[in-house]
Design a protein around this ligand. Structure first.
Ligand code: GDP
Length: 299
């Protein structure tokens, strides 16, 4: 089994290609939940939703969020009633959030909610939240402390930030399901996700690093020079006092002694790294990167 640690864009793009090489039952994904948020009474788990929709063949691969061809009738009707959701939520996407919210209110663990949704969507990949404890990535800005989604979507990521931290009511220990899947994995792949908001929240969960001990780990950089391929990873790395680059990314994962893959165009060299074209703008490019990774891992 191959297990991915994933956010909601870079790693799902890689899983897209890997699913051409491996059967779904050979793939597990431990997903970041530190971007989860309750909205209009429902529970959004943006990274889990992207992985679910990808594996169900429903993802919009132009945006890497939401369901392809979804409508926004409820979102628009809510706006007309004076209820302004800062995230545009599609009608079918909202149905997922309603079901998850209901199950959570009934006392279900997020892991059980995710398994339930996987079975309803006919997903054969094992998709697991990193923890059942609610965790939130918060950012400190001149306008106060806010949820990362609020900073990135409501404020379009333009408010200067001075810090990033996690908030949770209890230590976000990982689950027995995540430990079990990591322990039986032939290798663990950290895809090119945002190190600060997607991967470190998973690695910070007590129990994850222990379960990774002795496992072959491979990480793909989300940076090209000092800029990420997309999104706010650069400013978040800076707010974390980490160089916004492949080198800074490698430093965060270094203790896992990963094989490290950088893009062929990246002008910042990480000694000992592998080089490949990591820009996955088609399924074919994604599969080629997945094949290269399997060769490095000798699987
Ligand atoms: P989020 O949860 O939506 O923020 O998504 P992730 O954390 O999973 O992924 C965001 C990161 O993916 C960004 O830092 C991008 O630089 C990176 N990324 C997106 N597409 C690609 C790609 O095709 N190749 C590489 N190397 N990185 C990518």
């Amino acid at each position: 089994m191959i297990t991915f640690l994933s956010g909601g864009t870079g790693t799902p793009k890689l899983i897209w290609g890997m699913r051409e090489l491996l059967e779904d039952k050979e793939i597990a994904v431990v997903v970041n939940t530190a971007e989860d948020i309750w909205m209009s009474g429902n529970h959004l788990s943006p990274d889990i939703d992207t992985v679910l929709y990808l594996c169900a063949g429903l993802i919009d691969t132009a945006t890497w969020w939401g369901i392809q061809g979804d409508t926004f009738l409820t979102h628009e009707a809510l706006y007309r009633l004076g209820h302004d959701e800062f995230l545009a939520i599609g009608d079918q996407d909202r149905a997922t959030h309603v079901v998850r919210g209901e199950l959570l209110r009934q006392g279900e663990r997020l892991t059980a909610c995710t398994t339930h949704l996987c079975s309803k969507f006919g997903v054969g990949v094992t998709v697991l939240p990193m923890t059942d404890v609610p965790v939130t990535t918060m950012v400190s800005t001149a306008r106060g402390e806010m949820h990362f989604q609020e900073f990135w979507v409501r404020h379009r990521g333009i408010v200067p930030i001075s810090g990033v931290y996690r908030r949770s009511p209890a230590p976000p220990v990982t689950t027995p399901e995540v430990r079990a899947v990591l322990e039986k994995s032939d290798a663990v792949i950290i895809g090119p996700s945002n190190p600060v908001t997607s991967i470190m929240p998973i690695l910070e969960c007590p129990g994850v690093r222990e379960a990774l001990d002795g496992r072959p780990v491979l990480a793909v950089s989300p940076f090209l020079g000092k800029k990420p391929v997309s999104g706010p990873a650069g400013i978040l790395m800076e707010a974390w006092n980490q160089e916004p680059s492949s080198r800074g990314t490698y430093e965060l994962y270094q203790d896992l002694q990963p094989f490290f893959v950088q893009d062929i165009r990246d002008d910042i060299e990480v000694p000992g790294s592998y080089r490949f074209d990591t820009l996955m703008n088609s399924r074919e490019k994604s599969r080629e990167l997945a094949e290269y990774i399997m060769k490095i891992l000798q699987i």
